[in-house]
Write a protein that binds this ligand. Structure first.
Ligand code: 5RP
Length: 264
């Protein structure tokens, strides 16, 4: 791997542990003002010291993040659809590689929609983005989206999507946790991080999800709603870090959550 590419990836995936806690705040690119992200700056700022990377669009980066922040940016560069539009899968590349360079991105992220009418378009876009990223030493994170028409989050579908993303040159892949998740990781030659998905009922549920993923080979999490939709986001991200970086059990991490909560 080229020096620049390797250096950027190691800003995100911490060499000390080989893991990462990415904070996803890109939801508005198709969902609009998602609950608790209406004022993105207010949500993001207290969490920044605990995030290994921040995944977001250029709009929220410029409007809501202090440029003096040292947190590496994973810039979402795909979009063009909305939750009320005709087809969520019909995404294109929305932000150029030059813009990613201007914004000092450590990586760029694009969703692929395997199994949809836009499978070919999104996969070819991934390949083009990888080519552009290679020119600048910028790694690409492929997000294996599950469009609302798909609804599949099983091991066969996610293994297929992750493997295709890696074959097309993604440097790392973001997907969902599923039963037999270890097979997804085994079949994917690049690091895999998981999304948290919609807010789970309890903090312990989210910590168990992160723990199961790490135990089965995930490199980390790229978590959003289960952190910033918690009533206590900072204690929550601290406890997720304990699971991901310190191999804390979900129960041990919950104690960290409770302790931190009592100090707020
Ligand atoms: C959507 C995304 C989101 O960033 C992703 O879903 C992560 O957030 P959450 O943990 O809330 O699911 O990439 O395509």
């Amino acid at each position: 791997m080229d020096w620049g590419m390797k250096n950027r990836l190691s800003q995100i995936i911490k060499p000390e542990t080989g893991h990462t806690v990415m904070l996803a705040v890109d939801h508005g690119y198709f969902l609009g003002p998602t609950s608790k992200l209406e004022d993105a700056q207010k949500t993001i700022e207290p969490l920044l010291p605990y995030a290994d990377a921040l995944m977001l669009t250029r709009g929220i980066l410029r409007s809501s993040v202090d440029p003096e922040s040292a947190v590496p940016v994973v810039l979402r560069v795909s979009g063009g659809t909305s939750i009320i539009g005709k087809d969520l899968s019909n995404e294109e590349i929305t932000t150029s590689m030059e813009e990613a360079v201007r914004l000092n991105a450590a990586a760029v992220a694009l969703s692929i929609f395997v199994g949809t009418d836009y499978e070919r378009q999104t996969l070819v876009n991934l390949s083009s983005l990888v080519d552009r990223g290679m020119e600048y030493g910028i790694p690409v994170l492929a997000v294996t989206a599950v469009g609302k028409e798909l609804g599949k989050r099983d091991v066969r579908f996610l293994s297929l999507s992750c493997r295709i993303a890696a074959e097309l040159g993604a440097s790392f892949v973001k997907t969902y946790y599923c039963d037999e998740f270890e097979k997804v990781v085994e079949g994917c030659p690049v690091p895999v991080v998981i999304a948290g998905g919609p807010k789970l009922e309890t903090e312990l549920d989210a910590l168990k999800l992160a723990n199961d993923a790490i135990q089965k080979g995930a490199t980390g999490v790229d978590m959003g709603r289960n952190i910033w939709q918690s009533k206590f986001p900072v204690p929550m991200i601290k406890s997720v870090r304990a699971v991901v970086h310190e191999k804390a059990s979900p129960e041990e991490a919950l104690e960290i959550f409770k302790k931190s909560k009592s100090e707020t």
